[in-house]
Design a protein around this ligand. Sequence first.
Ligand SMILES: Nc1ncnc2c1ncn2[C@@H]1O[C@H](COP(=O)(O)OP(=O)(O)OP(=O)(O)O)[C@@H](O)[C@H]1O
Ligand SMILES: [Mg+2]
Length: 271
Amino acid sequence: MTAPASRSASASASAHDVDTRAPILEARRLVKTYGRVVGLDGVGLKLYPGEVLAIIGDNGAGKSTLVKCLTGAEVPDTGELLLDGRPVSFKRPQDARAAGIETVYQTLAVSPALDVASNLFLGREERKRGILGSVFRMLDTKGMRAKAGRELAELGISTLQDVTVPVENLSGGQRQAVAVARAAAFGSKVVVLDEPTAALGVRESNQVLELVKALRERGIPVIIISHNMPQVFEVADRIHIQRLGKRAATITPQSHSMTEAVAIMTGAQTA
Ligand SMILES: Nc1ncnc2c1ncn2[C@@H]1O[C@H](COP(=O)(O)OP(=O)(O)OP(=O)(O)O)[C@@H](O)[C@H]1O
Ligand SMILES: [Mg+2]
């Protein structure tokens, strides 16, 4: 009659403890050197379902190198990557993308001359049904535009009403929104953003942050690199702090103040 109470009680007590959940993406002891420069010096990272993980750190701390190793843009010298608990190794960004990891890099990757819908479908254009598509390779422009419009509306991107506008005519924030929407649009498992708001004004940055929150609401975990502390503290569930190629600490907006986070970043304080 007496159930194994202690076991179930401890399981439910730890249900909210983030470390007991299985990470979607995990990096173990990543090392990446560039000649004599050590970009990453044995860095670990875990990304849990539905969370926003911010990566902060001074210039040159290894933030971009870390996300490049997670997204196939760089191949680590040593270390392990696991996606859904299974070991993976990415030789090229396409490998990570095929596995469901979508990245918006520090240098924005949209094609200015193409319209919004074409940018969303860049590299995975849909063709017309039947012989027109299979033999004549004709694109299903109408279908892609309709889908693009729906996707943007779902993500709450209301400032982009016309998906036939060339991206070069958009504001910086709108372009960034297109890049993020593209990352979000194709059933990705993980979205990675390297400084998505660095070049943007206040209003545009806020748009991108709202988009990050929309992704989280869809259950898509996000890794976001940012130097903007108020933004990081507003949007992140957890904060990975890089310092001199190493992970100095992982904190939360509840556990530490911005001042403390900056102190850990600069080495003035340990976690
Ligand atoms: N392709 C490369 N060749 C040589 N050194 C590199 C290369 N990429 C990065 N590094 C070095 O690795 C270290 C980490 O660089 P990384 O770009 O990851 O820093 P970061 O934290 O993203 O900095 P920032 O905030 O300036 O973007 C730096 O010392 C950098 O000079
Ligand atoms: Mg960088």
